[in-house]
Design a protein. Sequence first.
Length: 183
Amino acid sequence: MKEKWKNYEEVAAYLLNQFAKEFELSRVEEKQKIKGRLSGTKWEIDAKGVKEGDVGFVIVECRRYTTSKQNQEKLGSLAYRIKDTGADGAILVSPLGMQEGAEKIAKAENIIHVHLNANSAPYDFVMQFLKKLMVGVSEKIIISESVTVKLYRSCLRCGAEFIVKENEKICPNCMPKEDQCTS
Protein backbone atom coordinates (compact mmCIF):
# COMPACT_ATOMS: atom_id res chain seq x y z
CA MET A 1 0.00 0.00 0.00
CA LYS A 2 1.27 3.44 -0.94
CA GLU A 3 2.32 5.76 1.86
CA LYS A 4 -0.25 8.47 2.64
CA TRP A 5 2.09 11.40 2.03
CA LYS A 6 3.09 10.03 -1.39
CA ASN A 7 -0.52 9.53 -2.39
CA TYR A 8 -1.29 13.07 -1.16
CA GLU A 9 1.46 14.50 -3.37
CA GLU A 10 0.20 12.62 -6.43
CA VAL A 11 -3.42 13.63 -5.87
CA ALA A 12 -2.42 17.25 -5.27
CA ALA A 13 -0.37 17.39 -8.49
CA TYR A 14 -3.23 15.77 -10.42
CA LEU A 15 -5.83 18.21 -9.05
CA LEU A 16 -3.60 21.26 -9.54
CA ASN A 17 -3.10 20.19 -13.15
CA GLN A 18 -6.89 19.87 -13.56
CA PHE A 19 -7.33 23.43 -12.25
CA ALA A 20 -4.10 24.87 -13.70
CA LYS A 21 -5.87 27.78 -15.43
CA GLU A 22 -7.14 28.98 -12.02
CA PHE A 23 -3.48 29.60 -11.07
CA GLU A 24 -2.54 31.06 -14.47
CA LEU A 25 -0.57 27.90 -15.24
CA SER A 26 -0.52 25.95 -18.47
CA ARG A 27 0.22 22.67 -16.68
CA VAL A 28 1.54 21.04 -13.54
CA GLU A 29 4.40 18.59 -13.95
CA GLU A 30 5.27 15.77 -11.57
CA LYS A 31 8.02 15.57 -8.92
CA GLN A 32 11.46 16.62 -10.15
CA LYS A 33 14.77 18.17 -9.17
CA ILE A 34 15.69 21.77 -9.96
CA LYS A 35 19.18 23.21 -9.64
CA GLY A 36 19.59 26.23 -7.40
CA ARG A 37 20.99 29.27 -9.19
CA LEU A 38 22.62 30.72 -6.10
CA SER A 39 23.60 27.63 -4.12
CA GLY A 40 24.27 25.20 -6.98
CA THR A 41 22.45 22.50 -5.01
CA LYS A 42 19.56 20.44 -6.37
CA TRP A 43 16.12 20.86 -4.84
CA GLU A 44 13.55 18.11 -5.09
CA ILE A 45 10.12 19.64 -5.56
CA ASP A 46 6.82 17.80 -5.24
CA ALA A 47 5.53 19.26 -8.51
CA LYS A 48 6.23 22.14 -10.87
CA GLY A 49 3.60 24.55 -12.10
CA VAL A 50 4.56 25.91 -15.51
CA LYS A 51 3.27 29.42 -16.25
CA GLU A 52 1.19 30.09 -19.36
CA GLY A 53 3.46 30.55 -22.37
CA ASP A 54 6.26 28.67 -20.55
CA VAL A 55 7.61 31.99 -19.22
CA GLY A 56 8.26 30.86 -15.66
CA PHE A 57 7.30 28.38 -13.02
CA VAL A 58 6.11 27.96 -9.45
CA ILE A 59 7.24 25.35 -6.95
CA VAL A 60 4.51 23.04 -5.65
CA GLU A 61 5.13 21.88 -2.10
CA CYS A 62 2.79 19.32 -0.50
CA ARG A 63 2.76 18.94 3.26
CA ARG A 64 0.25 16.47 4.62
CA TYR A 65 0.58 17.60 8.24
CA THR A 66 -2.62 16.73 10.09
CA THR A 67 -1.78 17.98 13.59
CA SER A 68 -0.14 21.38 13.08
CA LYS A 69 -0.39 24.37 10.78
CA GLN A 70 2.55 25.44 8.64
CA ASN A 71 4.90 27.62 10.71
CA GLN A 72 7.24 30.47 9.90
CA GLU A 73 10.34 28.23 9.71
CA LYS A 74 8.77 25.88 7.16
CA LEU A 75 7.63 28.76 4.97
CA GLY A 76 11.04 30.40 5.30
CA SER A 77 12.70 27.32 3.80
CA LEU A 78 10.21 27.32 0.93
CA ALA A 79 10.84 31.05 0.39
CA TYR A 80 14.57 30.35 0.05
CA ARG A 81 13.92 27.64 -2.55
CA ILE A 82 11.87 30.15 -4.54
CA LYS A 83 14.78 32.60 -4.56
CA ASP A 84 17.47 29.97 -5.19
CA THR A 85 15.67 28.35 -8.14
CA GLY A 86 14.37 31.57 -9.70
CA ALA A 87 10.74 30.46 -9.33
CA ASP A 88 7.97 33.04 -9.59
CA GLY A 89 6.42 31.80 -6.36
CA ALA A 90 5.00 28.63 -4.89
CA ILE A 91 1.83 26.74 -4.19
CA LEU A 92 1.74 25.15 -0.76
CA VAL A 93 -0.77 22.31 -0.45
CA SER A 94 -1.74 21.22 3.05
CA PRO A 95 -4.82 20.10 4.99
CA LEU A 96 -4.37 22.80 7.64
CA GLY A 97 -3.74 26.52 7.35
CA MET A 98 -0.70 28.60 8.28
CA GLN A 99 0.38 30.24 11.49
CA GLU A 100 0.56 34.04 11.56
CA GLY A 101 4.31 34.33 10.78
CA ALA A 102 3.97 31.81 7.95
CA GLU A 103 1.11 33.82 6.43
CA LYS A 104 3.31 36.93 6.37
CA ILE A 105 6.07 35.05 4.53
CA ALA A 106 3.55 33.57 2.10
CA LYS A 107 2.23 37.04 1.24
CA ALA A 108 5.73 38.51 0.82
CA GLU A 109 7.02 35.64 -1.36
CA ASN A 110 3.97 34.94 -3.56
CA ILE A 111 3.13 31.61 -1.93
CA ILE A 112 -0.48 30.54 -2.48
CA HIS A 113 -1.94 28.21 0.12
CA VAL A 114 -4.22 25.46 -1.18
CA HIS A 115 -6.24 23.64 1.45
CA LEU A 116 -6.70 19.99 0.43
CA ASN A 117 -8.18 17.36 2.74
CA ALA A 118 -5.61 14.87 4.04
CA ASN A 119 -7.35 11.81 2.58
CA SER A 120 -8.26 13.25 -0.80
CA ALA A 121 -8.51 11.15 -3.95
CA PRO A 122 -8.67 12.29 -7.58
CA TYR A 123 -12.48 12.27 -7.57
CA ASP A 124 -13.21 12.63 -3.85
CA PHE A 125 -11.78 15.87 -2.50
CA VAL A 126 -12.41 19.29 -1.04
CA MET A 127 -9.92 21.88 -2.26
CA GLN A 128 -10.00 25.55 -1.31
CA PHE A 129 -7.81 28.33 -2.73
CA LEU A 130 -7.98 31.96 -3.84
CA LYS A 131 -11.50 32.33 -2.36
CA LYS A 132 -12.68 29.36 -4.44
CA LEU A 133 -13.96 25.99 -3.37
CA MET A 134 -13.65 22.90 -5.54
CA VAL A 135 -15.36 19.67 -4.54
CA GLY A 136 -15.17 16.26 -6.14
CA VAL A 137 -17.55 13.48 -5.20
CA SER A 138 -17.79 10.03 -6.70
CA GLU A 139 -20.22 7.24 -6.12
CA LYS A 140 -19.71 3.55 -6.44
CA ILE A 141 -22.36 1.70 -8.36
CA ILE A 142 -22.39 -2.06 -8.28
CA ILE A 143 -24.20 -3.85 -11.05
CA SER A 144 -24.76 -7.55 -10.81
CA GLU A 145 -26.68 -9.98 -12.93
CA SER A 146 -27.93 -13.46 -12.42
CA VAL A 147 -28.73 -15.94 -15.11
CA THR A 148 -31.03 -18.92 -14.87
CA VAL A 149 -30.69 -21.50 -17.59
CA LYS A 150 -33.60 -23.78 -18.39
CA LEU A 151 -33.33 -26.57 -20.92
CA TYR A 152 -36.50 -27.31 -22.86
CA ARG A 153 -37.09 -30.44 -24.85
CA SER A 154 -39.94 -31.74 -26.99
CA CYS A 155 -41.58 -34.87 -25.63
CA LEU A 156 -40.89 -37.94 -27.82
CA ARG A 157 -44.47 -39.19 -27.28
CA CYS A 158 -46.76 -36.14 -27.44
CA GLY A 159 -44.44 -33.44 -28.83
CA ALA A 160 -45.19 -31.00 -25.97
CA GLU A 161 -42.33 -28.84 -24.74
CA PHE A 162 -41.18 -29.42 -21.17
CA ILE A 163 -38.37 -28.35 -18.83
CA VAL A 164 -35.69 -31.00 -18.56
CA LYS A 165 -34.63 -31.72 -14.97
CA GLU A 166 -32.14 -34.49 -15.65
CA ASN A 167 -32.07 -36.27 -19.00
CA GLU A 168 -35.76 -37.03 -19.62
CA LYS A 169 -36.94 -37.57 -23.15
CA ILE A 170 -40.62 -37.86 -22.25
CA CYS A 171 -42.66 -35.09 -20.56
CA PRO A 172 -44.09 -35.64 -17.05
CA ASN A 173 -47.62 -36.09 -18.53
CA CYS A 174 -46.55 -39.01 -20.73
CA MET A 175 -44.27 -40.62 -18.17
CA PRO A 176 -45.64 -43.69 -16.36
CA LYS A 177 -46.69 -42.77 -12.81
CA GLU A 178 -44.26 -45.23 -11.18
CA ASP A 179 -41.28 -43.49 -12.94
CA GLN A 180 -42.24 -39.96 -11.91
CA CYS A 181 -40.28 -38.41 -9.11
CA THR A 182 -42.44 -36.65 -6.49
CA SER A 183 -39.80 -34.18 -5.30
